[in-house]
Design a protein around this ligand. Structure first.
Ligand SMILES: CC(C)(COP(=O)(O)OP(=O)(O)OC[C@H]1O[C@@H](n2cnc3c(N)ncnc32)[C@H](O)[C@@H]1OP(=O)(O)O)[C@@H](O)C(=O)NCCC(=O)NCCS
Length: 207
């Protein structure tokens, strides 16, 4: 069984660790940079050090994973550390044989990735979400719990597709855009905009 180093010890890390455990990984250490965390445990896994400790372990060649929920932080940490990143799929998830998953990506419990989908690096396909046929999901995206991407959807780098939302077929969600929880997206979303509601509209920012 392959060993794994996990960077991050918060709530998102608990779910990543569950996916790692269910898929037979041996967690060789959890690292958390927050003061006072070293020496504590998270769901039975020991927090053995901070970020410097994590970097110090990378020479061992053990695969690693950034278990941080914030897309920008996860991508930054991944770009800064010279690690060999793992891909994790929870034992209860389904990933079609013709789907492609990048490195540093996790498919959580109950999630589904259908044929022809291409999912980039350091993506979170969260609990019971679905990525349907021929979707293209770029690096650092988070498909939140229960969100559904219909066939042929494109999601740009770093976007957040909020919990329980639905994105209709062939829609494009721009880089760093946010789809609000529960939204129904029927129009393309430009980069970096936040859209909410049913049907989803751009959220007006009051000044
Ligand atoms: C859309 C979102 C990003 C807005 O967050 P925010 O900027 O902090 O917004 P606020 O909570 O200040 O709300 C601003 C307005 O948007 C509305 N709003 C917020 N989220 C909304 C949503 N999902 N759907 C509809 N309206 C929403 C609020 O009611 C409020 O309206 P008002 O100005 O008329 O009172 C956030 O609410 C959201 O849905 N995030 C997704 C979270 C998620 O799924 N995370 C996954 C974790 S695993």
């Amino acid at each position: 069984m392959k060993q794994l180093l996990v960077l991050g010890g918060g709530g998102h890390a608990r779910v990543v660790l569950d996916a790692a455990r269910s898929s037979g990984r041996i967690v060789a250490g959890v690292f958390d940079d927050r003061p006072g965390r070293t020496g504590q445990t998270i769901d039975g896994f020991a927090i053995v050090g901070d970020y410097a400790g994590f970097l110090g372990k990378l020479h061992t060649g053990i695969e690693a994973f950034v278990a941080v929920g914030a897309n920008d932080v996860r991508l930054r940490l991944a770009s800064e550390a010279p690690a060999q990143w793992a891909t994790l799929v929870h034992a209860s998830a389904y990933v079609a044989p013709s789907a492609v998953l990048g490195v540093g990506t996790v498919v959580m419990a109950g999630a589904v990735v259908q044929p022809g989908a291409v999912v980039g690096d350091h993506v979170v396909v969260n609990t019971c979400s679905s990525v349907d046929h021929d979707c293209v999901v770029a690096d650092g995206v988070h498909i939140a719990p229960g969100a559904r991407l219909c066939g042929g959807v494109h999601v740009g780098d770093g976007a957040l597709v909020g919990a329980g939302s639905v994105v209709l077929p062939n829609i494009r969600v721009g880089a760093w855009a946010v789809v609000g929880a529960g939204a129904m997206v029927r129009d393309d979303i430009p980069p970096a905009e936040t859209w909410v509601g049913m049907p989803a509209k751009r959220r007006q920012v009051s000044t």
